[in-house]
Design a protein around this ligand. Structure first.
Ligand code: HEC
Length: 139
């Protein structure tokens, strides 16, 4: 009887922990979505637009042509922003850790900064991780 009660408590305990872990992951993705879409606005450069200027939602973060040019030349200005979903080449080369470090340090795993107009982010680790969790949820 006593052993049974222990087993029941243990099972409930594990189920509770699993639920907390799942909710925590949902929170992280929601925070990442907020940082990506409302604060950093990654989509402004990484999502293609239709002729009327609205985003092609099915291509969210799948890479796009840069639609603005600087009034005076800026060295290294790029014409396009790459696919930053898990299906893209960058994610495959860098992985979660490489992307997280890039958002924290502004440098790729090879130590290079991205070309303009990609901003150099120096985010806190938890923010970088939340962004990576959100991007990872885009398939
Ligand atoms: C103002 C436009 C702009 C915004 C906003 C922007 N990007 Fe970029 N991003 C670019 C461009 C342009 C490149 C290509 C840079 C290059 O080729 O060196 C790029 C490249 C990247 C790369 C690859 C870097 C490399 O060295 O190859 C990653 C990863 C990335 N962006 C992630 C993000 C994330 C995540 C956000 C939002 C938190 C974001 N970008 C916001 C324009 C932008």
């Amino acid at each position: 009887m006593r052993r049974f009660r222990f087993a029941k408590t243990a099972v409930l305990g594990f189920a509770g922990l699993a639920a907390i872990t799942l909710f925590a992951q949902d929170d992280k993705i929601a925070r990442g979505k907020y940082l990506v879409e409302e604060v950093a606005r990654c989509q402004d450069c990484h999502t293609p637009k239709m002729d009327n200027g609205s985003f092609i939602k099915s291509q969210w973060m799948k890479g796009a042509a840069i639609s603005v040019m600087p009034a005076a030349p800026i060295q290294g200005w790029r014409a396009a922003a790459p696919d930053i979903t898990p299906a893209g080449a960058i994610w495959k080369r860098w992985g979660d850790d490489g992307l997280t470090a890039f958002l924290e340090t502004g440098k790729s795993p090879r130590g290079a900064k991205a070309g303009a107009p990609m901003p150099t982010y120096n985010l806190k680790r938890e923010d970088a991780e939340a962004i990576v969790a959100f991007l990872k949820s885009l398939q």
